[in-house]
Design a protein around this ligand. Structure first.
Ligand SMILES: Cc1ncc(COP(=O)(O)O)c(C=O)c1O
Length: 372
């Protein structure tokens, strides 16, 4: 047998295993700007994006990106430590730090890289890391890269955090999503802040999906806030905000910052424009509109992520297909992204949805005997 045969056999076996488990996936083509578009030739309304305020199609955000391309070209052209920041990188970092009430912020090309940057910097060495069992994959990967001494605590169990902390060796980091991306529930942020402050632990909170809260009102000495430009702000990119010393160390240590080309000027400009809209009266109206839509679908639910638990994998896929037949795009989420037996539809709402679109979604779910 030749080496080529070895690889061909391996590929066949890997692909067959995924297909046999019913988990083979391909990209579909969505031609859209905002929630309305055409998916593989079929008109759809999407409830699949994380564009919670519809800012990815906001005229001011689009114009900022176009103007940035005209002034600085398309690419950042090298690592920012090598070639330098464009002025828009500095402006964006200052605006993000101010928004989060923190001393400083560092922007990275994605939120995924932001979590790698933070965790490979603070979770390595003589550190005990306490991590929620439902944290995002980028947190898990950051902890793996850091070779962290890891304790995974049951979802949102603050008492378990306290117990683990009492026994933990070395410095302690607690890391949690603020809003859990597949369940749409929120962490007990204020309890965790207090607990960490008492133990002298560092809290890393991933606010990627934070648009309706929970929000820390002011800077805490030992809290690092990770966020993205790619969801609420309608652009692409990630960031971490916190005290100067932490941000400076991350800038110097994090390989996902040092060894990657900087965020493109257009993405940075779009993120900055998105933030300006969010912090304007128009932004407050968009957030209020989103809150109203969420309440309509599930009163008092804390985020625009609304899981519809189906259970069985095949049933979740069938439900997504049935919605698609009615022109409604909602993804089926299955293991390994969620635990076996908890396959679901992941509905996400946006301020850009109309009342009629949300009414159609609710009617279609009801016809399937489902509700968020
Ligand atoms: C909780 C959480 N953190 C981080 C990320 C990564 O962000 P980005 O898409 O900007 O890489 C995501 C996105 O999927 C997420 O859901």
């Amino acid at each position: 047998m030749t080496g080529t045969d070895d690889w061909a056999d391996w590929l066949d076996a890997e692909i067959d295993a995924i297909r046999a488990a019913g988990r083979w996936r391909t990209h579909r083509r969505l031609d859209a700007c905002g929630p309305v578009g055409v998916l593989d030739g079929q008109p759809v309304v999407s409830f699949a994006s994380n564009d919670y305020l519809g800012l990815s199609a906001h005229p001011a955000v689009c114009e900022a990106a176009v103007a940035a391309v005209a002034r600085w070209g398309t690419g950042a052209t090298a690592s920012r430590l090598v070639v330098g920041n464009r002025p828009v990188h500095d402006d964006l970092e200052a605006a993000l730090a101010e928004w989060k009430g923190c001393e400083a912020a560092l922007v990275l090309p994605t939120g995924y890289q932001a979590n790698l940057a933070v965790l490979t910097t603070v979770a390595a060495g003589d550190v005990s890391v306490l991590s929620d069992e439902l944290n995002h994959a980028s947190i898990i990967d950051g902890l793996r890269l850091a070779r962290a001494r890891l304790h995974i605590y049951p979802h949102n169990d603050v008492e378990a955090v306290a117990r683990l902390m009492a026994d933990a060796r070395g410095r302690v980091v607690v890391v949690t999503d603020a809003v859990f991306s597949m369940d749409g529930d929120t962490c007990h942020l204020f309890e965790l802040v207090e607990l960490c402050a008492r133990r002298g632990a560092l809290l890393v909170v991933d606010e990627a999906h934070n648009v309706l809260g929970p929000d820390l009102p002011h800077q805490h000495a030992a809290v690092l806030r990770v966020g993205t430009l790619s969801k609420t702000l309608g652009s692409l990119g990630g960031f971490v905000a916190g005290p100067h010393q932490y941000i400076n160390l991350i800038l110097n240590r994090a390989r996902s910052h040092i060894f990657t080309t900087g965020l493109s000027p257009a993405d940075a400009a779009a993120g900055l424009a998105g933030l300006q809209v969010l912090r304007s009266p128009e932004g407050a109206e968009l957030v209020a509109r989103l809150r109203q839509l969420v309440d309509r679908v599930k009163p008092a639910h804390p985020s625009p992520i609304l899981p519809v638990i189906v259970g069985d994998e095949a049933a979740a896929v069938a439900a997504a297909a049935a919605l698609l037949e009615r022109g409604i795009l909602v993804p089926a989420i299955r293991p390994p992204t969620v635990a076996p037996g908890s396959s679901r539809l992941r509905v996400t709402l946006s301020a850009a949805h109309t009342d009629a679109q949300v009414a159609d979604l609710l009617a279609a779910l009801a016809d399937l005997g489902l509700q968020p």
